[in-house]
Design a protein around this ligand. Structure first.
Ligand code: ZZB
Length: 261
């Protein structure tokens, strides 16, 4: 899998995270949450970013004293063999945190219409063994994200979040013939998906959303408005790469993953 790894710069940490990072990162150092996505053309609609609350993450130093990535240990190890860190095979870890420590962190998400920042929120179904363990949320086009956002707003107290963190506007980005311009909402409602735990149905909805979006979708937002998704996808990706807001991250194949954990 070839992912686009996005760089979401931290603007403000919650107290719990500050305690665990005390003295480990210089004042002027930038930490980025780095979600891996297959849908760069949807980045305009990022309205939060998910971590697995019970997963373990590291903050890794990419540019000495200056730039740091918040990712899973597994992703850091993979990145070390893709020339993402300065020294081949070396991935310096400066801090270790639980997903639950960083809930509420305010980050700046490149291209997102929510320019004042979006929040790091919990998603139970984030897989430690995929991507970077960080998932940027686009509830207009990802059924998993839409179902999770609904659950978070309904049970804000249980999840220990402020309800307004999960209630940012959902931006229509892609128009499709079968599902309108909010594909995820349409599918979640049509398939009567009631919870982010409906894994089987969500997998089906994701498959349908991918196909409809990619083969039949038209961009209705951003610089490539009017173009098909198929055309726009590599163009948006290139813009992000050129701006230094993203980089390529390849997932090793299944065999490698199962060997390295
Ligand atoms: C933004 C986005 C917008 C995504 C969308 C999808 C969609 P796949 O196809 O199974 O490889 N993802 C990435 N890492 C993880 C993880 N560790 N655990 C759970 N989900 C993860 O899935 C790739 C997509 O799954 C990625 O692309 C990411 O969400 C999520 F409109 O990024 B995506 C129809 C899907 N639409």
């Amino acid at each position: 899998q070839e992912y686009t790894a996005m760089k979401l710069r931290v603007m403000e940490w919650p107290e719990e995270a500050k305690k665990k990072m005390d003295g480990k990162i210089p004042e002027d150092g930038n930490v980025h949450f780095v979600p891996a996505t297959l849908r760069p053309e949807t980045m305009y609609g990022q309205n939060s970013c998910f971590v697995g609350p019970s997963l373990t993450y590291g903050i890794y130093e990419v540019v000495k004293g200056k730039e740091y990535y918040f990712i899973s240990d597994r992703a850091a190890r993979n990145m070390a063999f893709q020339s993402i860190f300065p020294t081949w095979g070396v991935f310096p870890k400066v801090a270790e945190l639980q997903g639950s420590d960083v809930i509420g962190t305010l980050v700046h998400a490149p291209l997102s219409v929510h320019t004042k920042g979006i929040r790091i929120l919990p998603m139970e179904s984030v897989k430690a063994t995929k991507g970077t363990g960080v998932v940027t949320s686009v509830p207009s086009d990802s059924p998993d994200d839409y179902a999770t956002m609904l659950d978070l707003t309904k049970k804000a107290e249980y999840y220990k979040i402020k309800r307004e963190w999960a209630e940012l506007d959902i931006l229509p980005i892609i128009e499709t013939p079968s599902y309108g311009n909010l594909t995820a909402k349409h599918l979640v409602e049509k398939m009567k998906i009631n919870s982010p735990k409906d894994a089987k149905q969500l997998a089906e909805a994701k498959d349908l959303a991918y196909k409809e979006g990619y083969y039949k979708g038209t961009m209705i937002h951003g610089d490539f408005k009017g173009k098909s998704v198929e055309e726009a996808k590599p163009l948006v990706k290139q813009q992000l790469l050129d701006a230094g807001d993203a980089f390529n991250y390849a997932e090793p194949d299944g065999l490698v993953i199962s060997r390295s954990g």
